[in-house]
Write a protein that binds this ligand. Sequence first.
Ligand SMILES: Cc1cc2nc3c(=O)[nH]c(=O)nc-3n(C[C@H](O)[C@H](O)[C@H](O)COP(=O)(O)OP(=O)(O)OC[C@H]3O[C@@H](n4cnc5c(N)ncnc54)[C@H](O)[C@@H]3O)c2cc1C
Length: 306
Amino acid sequence: MAGLACARQLAAAGPRPLVLDKGRGVGGRMATRRVEIAGHACGFDHGAQYFTIRDPEFRAALSPVADAIAPWDEGGSEPRFVGRPGMSGLQKAMAEGIDLRQGIEVLALGREGSAWRLETGGGPILARHLVMTMPAPQAARLLGRDHPLTARLDSVRIAPCLALMAAFPAEAPRPFPHRSSETEPLSWIAQDSSKPGRHAGLTCWVAQAGPDWSAANLEESPDSLARLMLPLLAKAIGADPERALHASAHRWRYARVTAPLGEPYLGDDDSTLWLGGDWCLGARVEAAWQSGTALAQALMRHLHAG
Ligand SMILES: Cc1cc2nc3c(=O)[nH]c(=O)nc-3n(C[C@H](O)[C@H](O)[C@H](O)COP(=O)(O)OP(=O)(O)OC[C@H]3O[C@@H](n4cnc5c(N)ncnc54)[C@H](O)[C@@H]3O)c2cc1C
């Protein structure tokens, strides 16, 4: 979200940014995992579950991509929105017209003359200005211990989260659209198939473990996590785990920001390197958008001043 928010603002102002993302699918933590289960094409939102819109500027920025958004669970205290047909549908719509290259991981950074040199599996890329919006610890690893901004990145804390994706036959119990708990190992359970426009042929669930359980089991393999988490989900929804048609797990090593930076972005002394993401302002999709937008505005101010 932060990277695409930044790229859209820049593209609207003139520059033509190149966006590199190591992920195979668009979205980062606004992810949708597509799985074929018993002849049904299913999608699971296994990262961000929904988002809220508090900032009028965020609302205005979303209006050109309104078709890729739908309200979910309108009875809550605050309107909740999801992307469609899956959470990553919003990111796909935001990426339209942007030169986005998926599956390209930046492996190392260096300087070549006045440019940044990005080492990638597909060869080096030179950039006059570099904006990085991955989680703060990943940005710190690329910058290295000696970079002056690394100490600022080190102040940010991001908790892990383990997520289970499970599918049951359509007639299996559906006791609630979502549920949260502060005491159970599964702190959040959502009936993904209750979201608008999702496949109705099966009952699909996403369950997320709380921070303590996630930290304690972080290094388990995805298969072992699915085996551990499925019975917990089945008990919570009153289903027979043996009837599950699918169970897989995903490890989000950097999931929820618990101690943000407290500023919308960071920039280096010569204004060629810019850092942002949700970790600047808080653990929300909207915070990522705000950071990406602030980054683009700062970069444009710098370009106009130069
Ligand atoms: C399990 C979970 C549940 C959540 N639930 C909610 C929720 O209900 N509501 C809500 O508002 N927020 C929620 N969030 C938080 C929300 O998903 C994030 O705040 C937001 O998506 C972060 O966006 P971002 O652009 O800052 O970072 P990211 O989405 O993490 O994007 C960073 C991008 O950088 C790429 N990248 C990383 N390293 C490299 C590299 N070396 N080279 C190239 N690319 C790289 C990644 O592939 C990724 O696409 C949740 C997050 C998780 C994980």
